[in-house]
Design a protein around this ligand. Structure first.
Ligand code: SF4
Length: 338
């Protein structure tokens, strides 16, 4: 009989070289105190690739969570995080939200009556979009039953979010908003907004860009729940998008937002000159860490170790090995997300 756990491991390993998943999802509870063999030699030769000299907003998040991971990534750029159900769900939810937002925007731009904002037909179209996004994902199936449960849970959650959005659209309609104004008030102006700042060499895709009157608001979507360690790191990421929107496109940004989709909360904060300085300093820190010959010292969040691709070479890892993690199906029940 085929060993399904072995098959699953084999399938998962194949994805170690995919473009996905720079940052691991929440993994199993770390075994504090377990040390994994450090790389030999401890300092890489100077001609090892140090990754692209560009900085991404995700790097600003990562250096806040674990400078060591950034340092390792600069030396072994082909390594990517082991895939997990959390990463797959994160990819799917982001893609579904993008497709739904564009669909809803079209509906709001063309709506001729309030009844067009939400009805059985709209719900069926959105459900079909979500279903097809799950269907198209190419390795979700390897996670078996936990994937089916996550799919059902997230389909309900995404549709629930859309019902909430339809309520807000009805309120906006009753205030007299129509067409572009209605669409801007109830859907992001753009999804996957892209910028490149040649001065800072920073490049990034923002999940959503909303318009608040004459001002814009970048929004970063997270499927993992917030905690003390990642809340501040996530702020750095979305603040970097605000910095780019302002400096590359000349948009006026006064507010940033991180939405935690799983628990339905959001973290909004003001963006101003103080944050611009913090973004520049954090980008500088990324470069210093990346080009440092010695591994940085730091206190990584245990959450980042769970699916870190560098556990095997990281002397500070407190995480179980990838094999141990795969051996425990329990980890697949915890779809922490991207
Ligand atoms: S194993 Fe943990 S401490 Fe080491 S680089 Fe990865 S996240 Fe950082």
């Amino acid at each position: 009989m085929t060993n399904s756990k072995g098959l699953r491991r084999k399938s998962l390993r194949r994805f170690r070289s995919t473009k996905f998943a720079k940052v691991g999802a929440k993994g199993p509870t770390p075994r504090v105190g377990r040390l994994i063999k450090a790389p030999e030699p401890s300092n890489p030769p100077p001609d090892l690739p140090l990754g692209s000299d560009g900085v991404s907003p995700t790097d600003l998040r990562l250096v806040e969570l674990c400078p060591l991971q950034l340092w390792h990534a600069a030396r072994w750029p082909s390594e990517t995080a082991a895939p997990s159900l959390g990463l797959a769900i994160g990819q799917i939810v982001h893609a579904a939200r993008e497709a739904i937002s564009m669909e809803q925007r079209g509906i709001y731009l063309q709506a001729e009556s309030e009844s067009k904002l939400w009805n059985e037909d709209v719900e069926a179209r959105l459900r079909a979009l979500i279903e097809s996004t799950f269907e198209r994902h190419y390795y979700l199936h390897v996670f078996g039953d936990p994937a089916a449960r996550a799919r059902s849970e997230w389909t309900g959650r995404l549709l629930g979010m859309e019902r909430g959005r339809a309520d807000r659209a009805r309120d906006a309609w009753n205030l007299g908003l129509r067409g572009v104004d209605l669409a801007n008030a109830c859907t992001p102006e753009r999804t996957e907004a892209e910028w490149f700042d040649s001065g800072l060499r920073m490049h990034g895709f923002c999940d959503e860009l909303w318009r608040d009157g004459t001002k814009s608001r970048p929004v970063e979507l997270k499927t993992s729940p917030p905690n003390d360690a990642n809340r501040s790191a996530n702020r750095y990421q979305v603040a970097a998008y605000a910095y780019l929107a302002q400096n590359v496109e000349g948009l006026v940004v006064s507010t940033c937002e991180v939405q935690y989709l799983r628990e339905g909360s959001s973290d909004r904060f003001r963006f101003g000159p103080a944050w611009e300085g913090k973004v520049r300093r954090q980008a500088h820190r990324v470069m210093l860490v990346r080009h440092s010959l010695d591994p940085p010292t730091g206190a990584p969040s245990p959450q980042t170790c769970g699916w870190c691709p560098f556990q095997q070479v990281c002397p500070q890892s407190a995480a179980p090995s990838v094999d141990d993690a795969f051996a425990s199906l329990k980890v697949f029940d915890d779809f922490g997300g991207r």
